[in-house]
Design a protein around this ligand. Sequence first.
Ligand code: AMP
Length: 430
Amino acid sequence: MKLLVIGSGGREHALVWKLAQSPRVRQMWCAPGNAGIAEERLAKDQSLVECIAIGAEELPRLLAFAREKQADLTVVGPDNPLALGIVDLFQENRLRIWGPNQKAAQFEASKVFSQNFMEKYGIPTAKGDSFDDLETARAFVWKLNGECAIKADGLAMGKGVLLTETIADAEVALHQLMVERKFGDAGKRIVVQELLRGTEISLHALCDGRRFKLFPASQDHKRSHDDDEGLNTGGMGAYSPAPFLDDRQLAQVGQQLLDAWLRGCEAEGIDFRGILYPGVMLTKDGPKVLEFNARFGDPETQVYLTRLENDLVELLEASVDGALDETKLKWTPMPSVCVVMSGGDYPSASSKGKPITGLDEAAKFPNVKVFHAGTALAGDQIVTNGGRILGVTALANDLRSARDAAYAAVERIHFDGVHFRRDIAAKALS
Ligand code: AMP
């Protein structure tokens, strides 16, 4: 089989690494990939994965490439190409592609769509409403006493959400989104929700249009600094399983949220084939959906795929073919922990061209995998090239050992301005 993977982050490195283990894959490209992806080899014949210089949003060029190379399956990592309709485009051209089509990707691309959908189909979520007018939005934040999550409607690299505790802060947030247009046109329409309190977990469900298979729970760490201080980021670390739900509770939560979601999809004619990733708050009134994403989480993918025992190619094919009833997900009971190493100014700015040392030493730890996110090659030297640079991921017999192994490997790696959180998985261990 010949595979094309789209994207360039830590999630895509994990996808490529796992897909490359399938004995069925004999050639793989990644567009555009990164320095770590370019070092991956296929299990079948040890040939290298090839990175090609086509951006994840260059749909016509991606289509031309997949056609020319006769890729048997294209796997889409990031949200933007999904929202732009890459799946529809490939399908119109009779090319096989994994991911939700444009209509289904709206769950992530439009917070207004998701909020309305959740209300219509009785999916527990935060009380909220959507607005395109500043004055009515202001009246609503006053009603919530300023304790709000204020969200730009469109995609904003996971950063278009402002959390506020006071009316003054909420007014500033509304101004930033709707008047200053901090996130551009994504702020034309906004959703304002009540601020939910509790423990946040990530759920992932592989869907085939008619049914879903739920993954174990995981937990991301969204804020840039320890103790959940600092700015909201794409994610600074993750681990799985998250111990806040046992298997029975997880299945219950999955049913409570996802059965209603699936009924809604059927009623609306939405054919969702891909990963549905709901962010969920476990509140004192039960689990509530904060948002839906329509792709794998980053860095959740890194911890899931190090634990997954199935052939990922087979799972993605079953998802595309509507054949998930025949598959059973298999996970190692060993927990996995991923610590993200970023540039010091992330998420405000990215790091470029700083040499990264110690990668070889880190790779010598057993059961540790260093996934690259923002890296590039400058001659023979691997250098920084983004906000999040690496995701150091370790698997061990228990969570504490996995966390210790990940941090031991992190300590071997260095680049100028390196930053990472020191409390990944701490909530589960305390
Ligand atoms: P979203 O992109 O909607 O997931 O929001 C990003 C992050 O903001 C989430 O992962 C939560 O940590 C936080 N968040 C979003 N909505 C709410 C809410 N209603 N209450 C509390 N926190 C929220």
